[in-house]
Design a protein around this ligand. Structure first.
Ligand SMILES: Cc1cc2nc3c(=O)[nH]c(=O)nc-3n(C[C@H](O)[C@H](O)[C@H](O)COP(=O)(O)OP(=O)(O)OC[C@H]3O[C@@H](n4cnc5c(N)ncnc54)[C@H](O)[C@@H]3O)c2cc1C
Length: 460
C-alpha cells in the first residue's frame, strides 16, 4: 500500500515512475546475473533537488530505494529487493570551469568516457581510470575504483575533492577531505547504503601527450611480481598491469578417472610510460624473458583499449552471460599464492587473471569503507568473459571456495564483484574492527533504512 501511495505522490509532483512489468526486468539483476531481486518500479531523478525530494518522500512513506548507475556490478549491489530503483544514469553533467585548478565536477551518472573526452585535450586526466569507460562515476565511487595507475595513484575514491550527497534522511550534505569526513567514509566505497552521491568534484593530473606501452613476457610468476613491485616505485611508470593467461596443451587424466585440460600459464607485464621517458634503464632492471610488444599510443586511445574486448563480449553474446567476477586486495606477501589459487579455478573462470600493485602512500586519503589488508597489497582480479548457464552452479561452488581461501590469506574483497561470503556471513569479517564505527554512521545517515539492495545491510 505504501508503494501505491509513493507512486501517487510522485505522480502528483510530475515525477514519472515506470512500473510496467516488462520495464523492470533489467533492474532485477546486474552484470553478474547471479543475484536476482524484485523491483517495484523505477524512478529517474532529473535533478539533485528532485532526488532529495524522492528520498524524503520514500522515507516518510516507509518505502525503500535502491540507487543504481549502469547496473554493471556483479553481486546484487544495485539489484532491487522489493524496492523502488532510483536510476541515476540520467544525472550526467560535466563542469569543466575549474580545469585550470585541475578539477572537474560531475553528476553521478556521468561516465569516465565523457570526462576523459573533455579533459585529455587539455592535457589532464583522472589519476585513476577503470578499464571500462562506460561505468558511472557514482557507481564506481561506491565500490572504490581501480585501474592500471593504481600502483601510483591508489583508487578513484582517493581523488574526490568534495561531493554533495543526499543522505537516507533526505538531507543534503557536502563532504570534502577535511569536512564531514564520517559521511565521506560511509559514502565512498559504501555501496549506496548511507547516501547518494549527487555532485562530485574530482582532482585531475597532467597526462603525457603521448604514451609508450610495452608488453613483457614472463615464464615465472614470482619474477613477474618482483618486477611489478620494483616498477611501482618508479616515477616514470604511468600504468602498470599484469595478465596471467593459459594455453591449453592437452587433456590429461584426473585422479577421479576423468580428463581435464592440461594448461600452462604465461604472464605478461604491461608497462606504460610517457613517450619521452627513456625505457632502457627501466628494462635493464627487470628479469623478463622477452619483449612481446612495443607501441606508441595517445592517452584517449590508451584509456579505451579494453573497448575491443567489451565489443567482442557483446558480439559473441558473452556480455549477456553470468559474470561471477572476483576481485580482491591481497597482502603482497601472499600475492603469488592468491594468483595460483585463481589460476587453479576451472578453465571457464580462469581465462584471464590480472594483478596490479596498490600504491601504499595513497592510504591516508582512502575511505574507511574500502577494506584493505595491512601493509603492501596487490589487486588480484579474475574476470571471465561470460559463464554459460550449464557452468553456473559449478562456478558458484568454485568461487565460494576461492572466497574462503582468500579470506584465510588475509585478503579483502573489492565490493564490485560477486561476494558469496558477504552474502552468507554478513560484514563482520570484511570490515573487521571498523564495522561498528561504520555501522553507527550509516545508522545516522539513514536511520529508517531507506537505502537497500540485494546486498546484506550492515548490522544496525
Ligand atoms: C566490463 C566491466 C569492467 C569493469 N572494470 C573495472 C575497473 O577497471 N575498475 C574498477 O574499479 N571497476 C571495474 N568494474 C566494476 C565497476 O566499477 C563496479 O561494479 C561499479 O560499481 C559499477 O558501476 P555502475 O555505474 O554500473 O554501478 P551500479 O552497478 O549501478 O551500482 C553499484 C553500487 O553503487 C551504488 N550507487 C550507484 N550510483 C550511486 C550514487 N550516485 N551514489 C551512491 N551509490 C551509488 C549502487 O547502489 C550499488 O551499490 C568493471 C565492471 C564491468 C562490468
Amino acid at each position: 500500500m505504501t508503494v501505491d501511495q509513493f507512486v501517487h505522490a510522485l505522480r502528483a509532483e510530475q515525477t514519472p515512475l515506470e512500473d510496467a512489468p516488462g520495464s523492470l526486468a533489467a533492474y532485477e539483476t546486474d552484470f553478474g546475473r547471479l543475484v536476482r531481486g524484485a523491483s517495484r518500479g523505477v524512478v529517474r531523478a532529473r535533478s539533485v533537488d528532485e532526488m532529495a525530494r524522492i528520498v524524503r518522500m520514500a522515507r516518510s512513506l516507509g518505502v525503500k530505494l535502491t540507487p543504481r548507475g549502469a547496473g554493471l556490478s556483479q553481486g546484487g549491489q544495485s539489484v532491487a529487493a522489493e524496492t523502488i530503483t532510483l536510476d541515476l544514469s540520467d544525472l550526467r553533467s560535466l563542469d569543466v570551469s575549474a580545469l585550470r585548478d585541475a578539477r572537474v565536477s560531475v553528476g553521478p551518472g556521468t561516465t569516465f568516457r565523457e570526462i576523459l573526452a573533455e579533459t585529455i585535450p587539455h592535457g589532464l586526466t583522472l589519476p585513476v581510470v577503470p578499464l571500462n569507460l562506460d561505468l558511472t562515476v557514482g557507481g564506481v565511487l561506491s565500490a572504490g575504483g581501480m585501474g592500471s595507475s593504481t600502483h601510483r595513484h591508489g583508487l578513484v575514491v582517493d581523488h574526490v575533492v568534495s561531493a554533495n550527497v543526499v543522505l537516507g534522511t533526505g538531507e543534503q550534505v557536502t563532504f570534502s577531505r577535511e569536512s564531514e569526513v564520517e559521511v565521506r567514509d560511509v559514502v565512498l566505497g559504501g555501496v549506496g547504503r548511507a547516501g547518494i552521491l549527487a555532485c562530485i568534484t574530482l582532482a585531475l593530473v597532467p597526462t603525457p601527450r603521448a604514451l609508450r606501452s610495452l608488453v613483457l613476457l614472463y615464464r615465472d610468476l614470482s619474477t613477474l611480481l618482483a618486477d611489478q613491485t620494483r616498477l611501482a616505485l618508479r616515477a616514470e611508470v604511468e600504468h602498470l598491469d599484469a595478465m596471467c593467461a593459459p594455453a591449453m596443451l592437452g587433456l590429461i587424466r584426473t585422479p577421479q578417472g576423468g580428463r581435464a585440460p592440461l594448461r600452462r600459464f604465461s604472464y605478461a607485464l604491461h608497462l606504460t610510460v610517457g613517450a619521452d621517458a627513456v625505457v632502457e634503464p627501466l628494462l635493464a632492471d627487470l628479469s623478463h624473458d622477452e619483449v612481446l610488444h612495443d607501441e606508441a599510443d595517445d592517452p584517449l586511445s590508451f584509456a579505451s583499449r579494453f573497448d575491443a574486448r567489451f565489443a567482442a563480449m557483446r558480439a559473441t553474446g558473452a556480455w549477456e552471460l553470468a559474470h561471477p567476477w572476483f576481485e580482491a586486495f591481497v597482502p603482497a606477501a601472499r600475492a603469488r599464492e592468491a594468483l595460483e589459487r585463481a589460476m587453479a579455478m576451472p578453465p571457464f573462470l580462469s581465462e584471464l587473471v590480472r594483478a596490479t600493485p596498490v600504491a601504499s602512500d595513497a592510504r591516508g586519503a582512502r575511505s574507511r569503507s574500502v577494506a584493505m589488508p595491512e601493509g603492501p597489497a596487490f589487486v588480484v582480479a579474475m574476470l571471465p568473459a561470460g559463464v554459460p548457464a550449464a557452468f553456473v552452479e559449478q562456478a558458484r561452488g568454485a568461487i565460494e571456495a576461492l572466497d574462503a581461501a582468500y579470506a584465510s590469506l588475509g585478503a579483502k574483497r573489492y565490493l564490485s564483484g560477486w561476494l558469496p561470503r558477504i552474502h552468507a556471513l554478513g560484514w563482520a569479517e570484511h570490515h573487521g574492527a571498523s564495522l561498528d564505527a561504520l555501522a553507527r554512521v550509516v545508522e545516522r545517515c539513514d536511520p529508517d533504512h531507506v537505502l537497500a539492495s540485494r546486498l546484506p545491510p550492515l548490522p544496525r
